[in-house]
Design a protein around this ligand. Structure first.
Ligand SMILES: [Zn+2]
Length: 281
């Protein structure tokens, strides 16, 4: 079983990776139609069009840089470099420890840094500018952010000492979990409670898309919910009171315009205001 998973991800083709990405969007879109969390008042296809544009640029960036990732992973394995290599772990432990650490360094930390370094935030805010969060929002990333995330994934791969099968398995899980936790779906609260003790659910991640601080600077997680609990950035609110977007960019003529979105990182920085936690409680 474990061997066949490793075998599959060690040799996964770009076609299969694309099927996972497209299949995930299709799957969660169907559930969104069946059990929507909020009846979002928006044109679903127009909204999806903008987000699919940014998903395509993400795919292109990742496609052209993938060889660096493969080279880095091959190098750490050949030189026994990185945490899972030094610990000489069994395959199942490499899988568990590796996934946890890749999610921490490649997603949680990368995300936290993008919220705290101004020039990176100017790229990341394109993701936050979406005022209707659904499964297509998952990959709404400025191409510059895709490069920043890629650099973090390389660093994570080297620090973890991740073999290529683990990197591909992690990336596939990361794509699907991100589509899941952005999806506009309502989960029965008892299921949410069980799931959120391990993974990031839509209820948890949607808080991160509230338009104002401090909530936009909480719940950074992608796959596992542990990191936000460990670093005290975990919060739970009444999701019905959320208002998606980013306070500095609420003008629809700006955020529904792909050309303008692409220019934002190169325009002057707009200051954000700290609000009290009570604002939406
Ligand atoms: Zn964010």
């Amino acid at each position: 079983m474990l061997d066949s998973i490793i075998d599959y991800f060690a040799n996964i083709s770009s076609l299969h990776r694309t099927i996972i990405l497209v299949g995930g969007i299709a799957f969660f879109s169907l559930i969104e139609s069946a059990v929507p969390l909020m009846s979002l008042n928006y044109k679903r296809w127009k909204h999806a069009g903008i987000n699919i544009f940014f998903t395509l640029t993400t795919i292109i960036v990742n496609f052209f840089l993938a060889f660096i990732l493969v080279k880095s992973s091959d190098w750490v394995v050949a030189h026994n470099f990185g945490i899972v290599q030094w610990l000489n772990l069994s395959t199942i432990s490499v899988l568990i420890v590796g996934l946890l650490l890749l999610d921490f360094l490649g997603a949680w930390l990368a995300h936290w840094v993008q919220h705290h370094v101004t020039w990176m935030w100017k790229f990341h805010l394109i993701h936050h500018s979406d005022q209707n969060i659904d499964t297509t929002s998952a990959n709404r990333h400025h191409p510059g952010e895709s490069v920043i995330r890629f650099v973090f994934t390389i660093m994570a791969t080297i620090v973890v000492g991740a073999p290529m099968w683990l990197v591909f398995l992690y990336q596939s899980m990361s794509v699907v979990l991100s589509q899941f936790n952005h999806a506009n779906i309502i989960l029965p609260s008892w299921i949410d409670k069980i799931l959120v003790s391990v993974i990031c659910t839509p209820n948890m991640h949607h808080v991160h898309h509230h338009y104002r601080m401090p909530y936009s600077d909480m719940n950074y997680g992608n796959i596992f919910s542990f990191w936000d609990r460990i670093f005290s950035t975990y919060t739970k609110v009444d999701n019905k009171k959320l208002n998606y977007g980013v306070d500095t960019h609420m003008n629809n003529t700006e955020v529904d315009n792909i050309g303008y979105m692409l220019k934002i990182p190169f325009l002057p920085y707009r200051n954000r205001i700290e609000y009290d936690e009570e604002e939406i409680l």
